[in-house]
Design a protein around this ligand. Structure first.
Ligand code: NDP
Length: 295
C-alpha cells in the first residue's frame, strides 16, 4: 500500500513521437510525401493560442508539416468555412483541426461538419463520433485525449476487458468519447456528471477511473477502491504563491490521497497532457498513410 505506479505519460508520449518520426521519414523517402496538419484558430484566447503553438512545435519535432490560419474574433462563420474547405481541397494537408472553443456567434456544429471526415484528425466530425458509438463500425479517427488515455492503459498492460470503469465528465471532446472507447474495449462503463447524486458511491465500484471534470482535486482518496487505476485528464490552475507564475496545475483527482490507494495513477502535469498531442501527431500520420495508401 502507499505506492501506486506512476503512469509516465511524458515518457510514453516521447516513445510515440520517436516512432512517428521514423515513420514520417520512411514515408518521405519512399513516396516523397510529408504528412501535413492544418490548424485553424479563431479569436485571441490565450489558452487556445498556447495550445496551437504547442501543436506546431510538436509537428516540427517529428517532421510533420504544419499550416496555420489565424482569423480575428469577429470573423464570420463563412470565413472559417472557407478556410476549412481550402484545406479540404489541399493535397498537402492530411489533417485539419479547428481549435475549440469557437467565438459564440459561430455554429460549432456547422463548422465541424464541414471538415472532410478523411482529414478529421480531432475525431469530432459527427460521422466519426457516430461510428465510434456503433457496434461493428469503425471511425476513421478517434478524439485525441480519450485515445491517449486508452493508449496509456495499453502501454502499461492494464486490462480493460471485463472491468468496471467510471468516467467522470461527459463532454463531447473528452468524457463521452472516453466512455465509448472503454465500452468498445469491453469494460462496463458508468458515467458521472454534474447531476449525479453521491458520485463517490459509484467511483468506489470502479477498477478504472477516468476523470475529465475541471474541478481541482474533486476525487478524494476515500472515493477510490484500493488497487484501482486512475487516469486524470483534468488540468486546473490553482493559486500558489510559492510558484513562479503564482499558480500551479492540479488534476481532478487529489493525487496525494489517491496515490496511496490506487495501484496506478497519472500525474498532472506529465500524464494525459503529453499524450493528447502525441495522438494528434499519430492521427495525422495515419491519415497521410491512408490517403496515399502507404503501409
Ligand atoms: P467540460 O467543462 O466541457 O466538461 C466537464 C464535465 O464535467 C461535464 O460533463 C460536467 O457535467 C462534469 N462536471 C462538472 N462539474 C462536476 C461535478 N461537480 N461533479 C460531476 N461532474 C461534473 O470540460 P472538458 O471535458 O473539456 O475538460 C475537462 C477537464 O479536462 C478540464 O480540466 C480540462 O482542462 C481538461 N482537459 C485536458 C486535456 C488534456 O490534454 N489533458 C484535453 C481537454 C481537456 P455536465 O455535463 O452535467 O455539465
Amino acid at each position: 500500500e502507499g505506492a501506486a505506479i506512476v503512469i509516465d505519460g511524458k515518457a510514453v508520449a516521447k516513445n510515440i513521437r520517436d516512432e512517428i518520426t521514423i515513420e514520417v521519414s520512411r514515408m518521405k523517402e519512399s513516396i516523397g510525401v510529408i504528412p501535413g496538419l492544418a490548424v485553424i484558430l479563431v479569436g485571441d484566447r490565450k489558452d487556445s493560442a498556447t495550445y496551437v503553438r504547442n501543436k506546431k512545435k510538436a509537428c516540427d519535432s517529428v517532421g510533420i508539416k504544419s499550416f496555420e490560419v489565424c482569423l480575428p474574433e469577429d470573423s464570420s462563420e463563412e470565413e472559417v468555412l472557407k478556410s476549412v474547405s481550402g484545406f479540404n481541397d489541399d493535397p498537402s494537408v492530411h489533417g485539419i483541426l479547428v481549435q475549440l472553443p469557437l467565438p459564440s456567434h459561430m455554429d460549432e456544429q456547422n463548422i465541424l461538419n464541414a471538415v472532410s471526415i478523411e482529414k478529421d484528425v480531432d475525431g469530432f466530425h459527427p460521422l466519426n463520433i457516430g461510428r465510434l458509438a456503433m457496434r461493428g463500425r469503425e471511425p476513421l479517427f478517434v478524439p485525441c485525449t480519450p485515445k491517449g488515455c486508452i493508449e496509456l492503459l495499453h502501454r502499461y498492460n492494464i486490462e480493460i476487458k471485463g472491468k468496471r470503469a467510471v468516467v467522470i465528465g461527459r463532454s463531447n471532446i473528452v468524457g463521452m468519447p472516453a466512455a465509448l472507447l472503454l465500452q468498445r474495449e469491453d469494460a462496463t462503463v458508468s458515467i458521472i456528471h454534474s447531476r449525479t447524486k453521491n458520485p463517490e458511491e459509484i467511483t468506489r465500484e470502479a477498477d478504472i477511473i477516468i476523470a475529465a471534470v475541471g474541478q481541482p482535486n474533486m476525487v478524494r482518496g476515500s472515493w477510490i477502491k484500493p488497487g484501482a487505476v486512475i487516469i486524470d485528464v483534468g488540468i486546473n490552475p490553482v493559486e500558489d504563491s510559492s510558484a513562479a507564475r503564482g499558480y500551479r496545475l492540479v488534476g481532478d483527482i487529489c493525487y496525494e490521497e489517491a496515490s496511496k490507494v490506487a495501484s496506478a495513477i497519472t500525474p498532472v502535469p506529465g500524464g494525459v497532457g503529453p499524450m493528447t498531442i502525441a495522438m494528434l501527431l499519430s492521427n495525422t500520420l495515419t491519415s497521410a498513410k491512408r490517403i496515399h495508401n502507404f503501409q
